[in-house]
Design a protein around this ligand. Structure first.
Ligand code: ADP
Ligand code: ZN
Length: 215
């Protein structure tokens, strides 16, 4: 399947994407994961992106398009992909349209995961992330803590609060989402590809996507 997952930070895009990869081997492409990996590795990309990310601002569109242009041409994308956290601005969506046309790729659907703001805020404040860039497993101190406090179940690395998951940065990320990313809902509505799924459970969101796709 070839999907875009839209939704505010904390809507569950990453969790839903991981669940969908198990269905048909499509790959999850998370620009946030790629950027955090680059920051930890101290690459040129990471150095350019770090400041924006810590403030909860968006990384400039040209850096993101550079990442995606390469990523979408890797062979593992042939089976399908789940775009998680991209596109995030109208210019990114327009550039993606051009890129997909150039590569001869057609999207199946754009899924808008719609979760109330109070649920989102609470989730982000209690979210913890494995700091191993190759893992980045997500936990929640209230609803899904790791078996051993502060240690990732999957890889044994420390589980930490992201630098952009302080209350201040979270508030800013949600404002940025409303201003820059929410307009994509209207953009994709016009293409006829958009499906909005309201739901706070990722299981229910995955079921709804399967039903829409008939798989
Ligand atoms: P969340 O969806 O929880 O905010 P992500 O992991 O998707 O987290 O993104 C973390 C940060 O990475 C964002 O706040 C932003 O700074 C940067 N980022 C990720 N994807 C993009 C993108 N498509 N465009 C611009 N910045 C991005
Ligand atoms: Zn881990």
């Amino acid at each position: 399947m070839k999907l875009i997952l839209l939704g505010a930070p904390g809507a569950g895009k990453g969790t839903v994407a991981k669940m969908l990869t198990k269905i048909d081997g499509s790959v999850q492409i998370s620009t946030g994961d790629i950027l955090r990996g680059a920051v930890q590795a101290g690459t040129e990309l990471g150095k350019k992106a770090q400041g924006y990310m810590e403030r909860g601002d968006l990384v400039p569109d040209d850096l993101i398009m550079g990442i995606m242009e390469k990523r979408l041409q890797e062979p593992d994308c042939e089976k399908g992909f789940l775009l998680d956290g991209f596109p995030r601005t109208i210019p990114q969506a327009e550039a993606l349209d051009a890129l997909l046309a150039k590569l001869g790729i057609k999207l199946d659907m754009v899924v808008n995961i719609d979760v109330p703001r109070d649920v989102i805020f609470d989730r982000l404040c209690t979210r913890r992330t494995c700091e191993n860039p190759d893992c980045q497993a997500i936990y929640n101190v209230k609803s899904m803590p790791p078996k051993k406090e502060g240690i990732c179940d999957k890889c044994g690395s420390p589980v930490v609060q992201r630098a952009d998951e302080t209350e201040e940065a979270i508030g800013h990320r949600l404002d940025t989402y409303n201003e820059k990313t929410a307009p994509l809902v209207g953009y994709y509505e016009k293409t006829g590809l958009l499906r909005t799924i309201t739901g706070t459970s990722s299981d229910a969101v995955v079921e709804a996507i399967r039903k829409e796709l008939g798989i």
